[in-house]
Design a protein around this ligand. Structure first.
Ligand code: HMG
Length: 387
């Protein structure tokens, strides 16, 4: 039985800051951000959006009434949770109008969380082939204003519907994974910004890539030439470029050219959004599916998932005949092009407005065009609504 990604939805707010302008304000050469880091625009998250609203906004783009009927599991991956006890999945299930005889919970392992969710979802469908599972990856990447990590911020949510006979990608059974206790990036309880050893984290990412790629080849007998494209977790797109260069070292020039071209398609949307932590790999998949003109049904894609702390997995899947239909006709290039640019001043203001510790506060959501918004907090209870 084929099991995998049946539908894929994405949401990021309608605001962005231009990276050349941010670089100039920070007294950096714009090419450092545009080429050296590989980011052109960065999503700006208004206080009326958080992981719950972004997830609901992404999921409502793909779910039909029939999907909702068959869904019996919601796995919400995030490292930007809004409560220490209650799972974001429970709020999302209510906002989406899901039935109550479902399981709904949250998982965390930095940017690896959504991949953990996807693999668990696959196992669930293997046991219960008529079930559908909603896997969400939603985060807001925050390092702080004027920090080295600042140009690698961003945010958004992906929603993956996992089922038997999927429309987009049928997952291969065999994959390679690795976990090691490493302090490259973490966020202690109570802190609203991540702590990171940036250069170390980038080196560890590439070391883990090498390890799981060797292991994947050994386990599957597959080689680089068996892959039509390789997708990466993209904390900033230059790191994925280093990844593809590492994998193609010593490869035939034609193979290197083909994989590098597909990588350019796969990083297009991530260059315009920034890091969305655990959703980043799946935004890159979406980008590849909408940008590439070479891919055909039957092509095998390799996917490298990395989460600091650290955990990585290299897995693969086969593109299905109707893979474009799984994006539900949404033109994400257009959606991203239609966002409003905000000044660096406005971005800084919004950055400081995110609701973290407020007991009671009302938010003005009249300028937020998203369907689901955060209207404020009342006695520590977040007020979500559809408008
Ligand atoms: P930095 O120290 O400001 O940058 O931090 P730099 O000085 O290393 O420059 C960056 C690149 O720009 C360099 O290229 C420069 O040469 C180049 P590289 O040596 O890397 O090839 N450069 C220029 N290029 C063209 N024209 C110019 C120019 N000037 C310089 N004029 C850093 C950069 C990424 C470290 C920082 O932004 C950071 O700490 N980011 C956050 C950490 C991060 O993203 N780590 C990635 C791996 S960990 C991961 O993926 C997990 C994560 O997503 C979290 C999770 O799992 O939850 C982060």
């Amino acid at each position: 039985m084929k099991i995998g990604i049946d539908k894929l939805g994405f949401f990021t707010p309608d605001l962005y800051v231009d990276m050349a302008e941010l670089a100039r304000t920070r007294h950096e050469d714009p090419n450092k951000y545009l080429i050296g880091i590989g980011q052109a625009k960065m999503a700006v998250i208004p206080p009326t959006q958080d992981v719950v609203t972004m997830a609901a906004n992404a999921a409502q783009r793909i779910l039909t009434v029939d999907d909702k009927e068959q869904l019996d599991l919601v796995i919400f991956a995030t490292e930007s949770g809004i409560d220490n006890s209650k799972a974001a999945a429970v709020y999302v299930a209510r906002l989406l109008g899901l039935k109550s005889n479902i399981r709904a919970f949250e998982v965390k392992q930095a940017c690896y969380g959504a991949t953990a969710g996807l693999q668990l979802a696959r196992d669930h469908v293997a046991l219960f082939p008529r079930s559908k599972v909603l896997v969400i990856g939603a985060d807001i990447a925050r390092y702080g204003l004027k920090t080295p990590g600042e140009p690698t911020q961003g945010g958004g949510a992906v929603a993956l519907l996992v089922s038997a006979d999927p429309q987009i990608l049928a997952l291969d059974k065999q994959s390679a994974y690795q976990t090691q206790d490493i302090m490259d990036f973490w966020r202690p309880l109570g802190q609203t910004e991540a702590m990171v050893d940036g250069k170390y984290s980038s080196n560890i990412y590439l070391e883990f890539l090498d390890h799981v790629w060797q292991d994947y080849q050994q386990k599957t007998g597959l080689k680089l030439e068996d892959l039509a494209a390789v997708l990466f977790h993209l904390p900033y797109t230059k790191l994925g470029l280093k990844g593809i260069r590492q994998l193609t070292t010593g490869a035939e020039p034609a193979l290197t050219l083909r994989l590098t071209k597909e990588f350019e398609h796969a990083r297009t949307f991530n260059r315009l959004v920034g890091n969305l932590y655990t959703g980043s790999l799946y935004l890159s998949l979406l980008s590849l599916l909408q940008q590439s003109e070479q891919l055909i049904a039957g092509d095998r894609l390799g996917l490298f998932s990395y989460g600091s702390g650290a955990e990585a997995e290299f897995y693969s899947g086969i593109l299905q005949p109707d893979f474009k239909a799984g994006l539900m006709g949404v033109d994400y290039s257009q959606l991203l092009a239609n966002r409003q640019q905000v000044s660096v001043d406005k971005y800084e203001h919004l950055f400081k407005q995110q609701l973290f510790h407020a007991a009671t506060e009302e938010l003005d959501y009249s300028n937020d065009p998203a369907r689901f918004v955060l209207a404020g907090v009342k006695e520590y209870q977040r007020q979500y609504l559809e408008h």
